[in-house]
Write a protein that binds this ligand. Sequence first.
Ligand SMILES: C[S@@+](CC[C@H](N)C(=O)[O-])C[C@H]1O[C@@H](n2cnc3c(N)ncnc32)[C@H](O)[C@@H]1O
Length: 289
Amino acid sequence: MILSRFVRLPVFILCLSMIAAGVFAQAPASKYEPKVGQEGKDVKWVPISSALAEKMLDMAKVTQQDYVIDLGSGDGRTVIAAAKRGARALGIEYNPDLVALSKRNAAGQGVADKAQFVQGDLFESDFSQATVITLFLGEEINLRLRPRILVLKPGTRVMSNHFTMGNWAADETITLGKSDECDYYCTAYLWIVPAKVEGTWRFPQGELRLEQSFQVISGIFKSGGSTFPVMNGKLSGDLIHFRVGKAHYSGRVSGHTMQGTFESGRSTTEWSAIRVDKVLQAPSKTPIL
Ligand SMILES: C[S@@+](CC[C@H](N)C(=O)[O-])C[C@H]1O[C@@H](n2cnc3c(N)ncnc32)[C@H](O)[C@@H]1O
């Protein structure tokens, strides 16, 4: 049907004003309300209880210096809570409606500058700069992410709501109850990415051979023709603790070196070691046991 020029012009103007008024938009964005249990790409949306989100940020000791990334950030509540503590925070969420909602929520709560959100697949996202990672996903997904998490900077804190990391035992676990205003999914796990220390280390007094299973270390110390087991070995980020005989070692790992102090009886002595590839015959002069 051909409209006359006199009819076409008003119709055109009407269409322009309808577009301007948003009449053709599918639904006003501000009306989007996610439904608990709605499908997500790999996991449904179930929001973390605000009490547990705060507890996770407490356990991770989040400060203004941190960069917190929530993988699968839902309506943005954990990211916003982190931003309110002064941290820089990023939510990575697959559902674009949830991303838009999160941005509105952050703006409404005055933290749009610190709380940012991007639409994307968490498996394809770069979270290598995070100092704190928060997860509420599922054990199978945690296990898929685990290799990428274990190569993050030692000391990076990883929090998961409810779901574990398989045989990587948590460094800390806290469960809230109803009296803490948490009704469901109330257990938070904390892991601290450990430094990599497996291998052989040369001390002035001998040689330390370490095996490592996540944050747990074991091994032997060879000194002066004798061999001693490494006991109670533990890493917390780049902090290392172990016992050889009656000497309690504590120190800090930095790449291929580590140093600290050991206590034996009433004396405290400094120690340092460097990583070596091959077995070295180090002389034993200073007693350390
Ligand atoms: C259980 S909810 C947790 C939401 C939020 N982290 C919280 O604690 O309130 C999981 C979220 O992950 C999102 N999601 C699922 N698969 C995803 C993927 N592959 N990439 C990014 N987000 C995903 C879902 O849309 C949902 O919002």
